[in-house]
Design a protein around this ligand. Structure first.
Ligand code: UGA
Length: 430
C-alpha cells in the first residue's frame, strides 16, 4: 500500500517506520523541517529502541518525509497522528488536528480516486465523524463515504518500547463506517498481523474505536490506582503490599501487570486521557465515578510521599535529594512526571532540592531552572538530609554505600526500588 502519515511525533514516526518495515511505501508529512531532514537522512528524530535502525534501513527507499501535503495524493490512505493536548479543564484541544485536517482535505481535493483518512490521534468519541469528517468534506469538495472515507485506528504503544509494541500488538483495532475504508485498513494491517503471528483484529465502528483507546488507558490507570488504594490500606496496617498485590495478580482474571503500587502514574497519556474521558462523559451527562476516583488516588500519592518524609525530616531548610525525574524509567520524558508536584511542594515548603535523573535532567531543568541538579545519584545524596525516590530506575537498587554519605540517611521510597539495609532509615510509600 501507499501510505501517508501526518505528524512525526512519537506515534507518527514509529508507525511510519514500522509500516515501511512490513513492506508498505510510506511518506511522513510534518511541518517541522528538522524532523523531515532527520528522517530523510536516515536518523530517528526521537529516541526509541530499534527506531533508528528501521529509519536507517528504509529512508530513501520505502520511507520518506516531506513538509508538503501534496505528497498524500500519491497514497491510498492517510493516518492523522497529530497531538491532541489537554486543555485546563481536561477537554482535548483539537486545534492542531483541525489545521492538519484542513491541509489534508485541500490536498486530496486534487487527487484522482477515493481517499481514506484514518484518525490515529487519541480523540474522544465522535470526533472523527463530527469534527474531522466535515472539515475533510468542506476542504476536498468530496462527499463522505464516496470520494473521502474516514476510519479510526487507536494506538497502544508505550514510550520506551514503541517499535516492539507496534510490531507485536496484543490486538489491532480497525474502526470504519464504509466497506471501502474497512478494506483499505485490512490491506494496511494484513502484513503486520501476519508477521506478528495473528493477533486478534477487532473490526468495529469509528466511535467504538475512539472509545476503545480511552477505555484501555482508563482501565490501566484505574488498575494502578486501585493497586495504590489497596497498598495504602496495607501500609496503614503495616502489611507488606507487595506480597498482597503479587498474590492477587496470580488470579488470571486480575493479571500481574500494571499492579505496581507507588507514587502513581504520569506521562503524556494516562493523565491526559483519563481527564479527557471524564470531561467528555460529563458533557454527555454522566459522572464517571471510578475514573474520577482513579485521578483522586493518583493525586494523593505524592502528598502521601511527602507525609512520609515529614515523619522524619522537616523539609524547611533541609537538603532533599529527588532521585528520578522522568515519568517512568527508560525515558527522558518528564511530562506529568510525579516529580513535578513533589518538587513544587518541596520548594514551597522551603527545602533545598537537588534533583538527579540518568536521562531526564535537561528536560526537567527546562521546567525547574532554579533547583540544583547532580550528575550522579551519589552526588545528589552526598550531604542530603533525606532522599525521595520517584522513578524506578534500576540503578537506584544499587546505591548502597552512597547512603552513608548523607547527612541523615532517610530514604523515602516512592517506587520500592531501593534495597533495604541496616544503617539507613528506609521508609517505603507503600
Ligand atoms: C501508556 C499505555 O501503557 C500505552 O498502552 C498507551 O499506548 C500510551 O499510554 C498512550 O496512550 O500513548 P506510556 O504512557 O508510555 O503508555 O507508559 P506506561 O508504561 O503505561 O506507564 C505510565 C505510568 O504508569 C508511568 O508513570 C508508570 O510509572 C506508571 N505505572 C505503570 C505504575 O505506577 N505502576 C505500574 O504497575 C505500571
Amino acid at each position: 500500500m501507499d501510505i501517508s502519515i501526518v505528524g512525526s511525533g512519537y506515534v507518527g514516526t514509529t508507525v511510519a517506520a514500522c509500516f515501511a518495515e512490513v513492506g508498505h511505501d510510506v511518506v511522513n508529512v510534518d511541518i517541522d523541517e528538522d524532523v523531515v531532514a532527520s528522517i530523510n537522512g536516515g536518523r530517528a528524530p526521537i529516541h526509541e529502541p530499534g527506531l533508528e535502525e528501521l529509519i536507517e534501513t528504509h529512508a530513501g527507499e520505502s520511507l520518506r518525509a516531506t513538509t508538503d501535503y501534496a505528497a498524500v495524493r500519491d497514497t491510498d490512505v492517510t493516518f492523522l497522528a497529530l497531538p491532541t493536548p489537554a486543555e485546563d479543564d481536561g477537554h482535548i484541544d483539537l486545534s492542531i488536528l483541525k489545521v492538519g485536517a484542513r491541509s489534508l482535505g485541500a490536498a486530496i481535493a486534487e487527487k484522482d480516486g477515493a481517499h481514506v483518512v484514518v484518525t490515529k490521534s487519541t480523540v474522544v468519541p465522535t470526533t472523527t465523524e463530527d469534527v474531522i469528517a466535515p472539515i475533510l468534506e468542506a476542504e476536498s469538495g468530496r462527499a463522505l463515504g464516496e470520494g473521502v472515507h474516514v476510519g479510526m485506528n487507536p494506538e497502544f504503544l508505550r514510550e520506551g518500547s514503541a517499535v516492539e509494541d507496534f510490531l507485536s500488538p496484543d490486538k489491532v483495532v480497525l474502526g470504519s463506517e464504509t466497506e471501502y475504508a474497512a478494506e483499505t485498513l485490512r490491506a494496511v494491517f494484513d502484513p503486520l498481523v501476519e508477521r506478528a503471528g495473528g493477533p486478534p483484529v477487532v473490526e468495529t465502528g469509528v466511535a467504538e474505536a475512539e472509545m476503545i483507546k480511552y477505555a484501555n488507558n482508563g482501565f490501566l490507570a484505574a488498575k494502578i490506582s486501585l493497586a495504590n488504594d489497596i497498598a495504602n490500606v496495607c501500609a496503614e496496617y503495616g502489611i507488606d503490599s507487595e506480597a498482597v498485590l503479587s498474590a492477587i495478580g496470580l488470579d488470571h482474571r486480575i493479571g500481574s501487570e500494571f499492579l505496581e503500587a507507588g507514587v502513581g502514574w504520569g506521562g503524556s497519556c494516562f493523565p491526559k486521557d483519563v481527564a479527557a474521558i471524564v470531561a467528555a462523559a460529563r458533557d454527555v451527562g454522566y459522572e464517571p465515578a471510578m475514573l474520577e476516583a482513579a485521578i483522586e488516588v493518583n493525586d494523593r500519592q505524592p502528598v502521601r510521599l511527602l507525609g512520609r518524609l515529614r515523619d522524619h525530616v522537616d523539609p524547611d531548610g533541609a537538603r532533599v535529594a529527588v532521585l528520578g525525574l522522568a515519568f517512568k524509567p527508560g525515558t527522558g520524558d518528564v511530562r506529568n512526571s510525579r516529580a513535578i508536584p513533589l518538587v513544587e511542594a518541596l520548594v514551597d515548603a522551603g527545602a533545598d532540592v537537588v534533583g538527579y535523573d540518568p536521562v531526564a535532567t535537561e528536560n526537567f531543568r527546562a521546567e525547574f531552572p532554579d533547583i540544583e541538579y547532580a550528575g550522579s545519584a551519589e552526588e545528589a545524596l552526598a550531604g542530603a538530609d533525606a532522599a525521595l525516590v520517584v522513578t524506578d530506575w534500576p540503578e537506584f537498587a544499587e546505591l548502597d554505600s552512597a547512603f552513608d554519605e548523607m547527612a541523615t540517611p532517610v530514604v523515602v521510597d516512592g517506587r520500592r526500588v531501593v534495597t533495604r539495609r541496616d544503617g539507613i532509615v528506609y521508609e517505603p510509600l507503600v
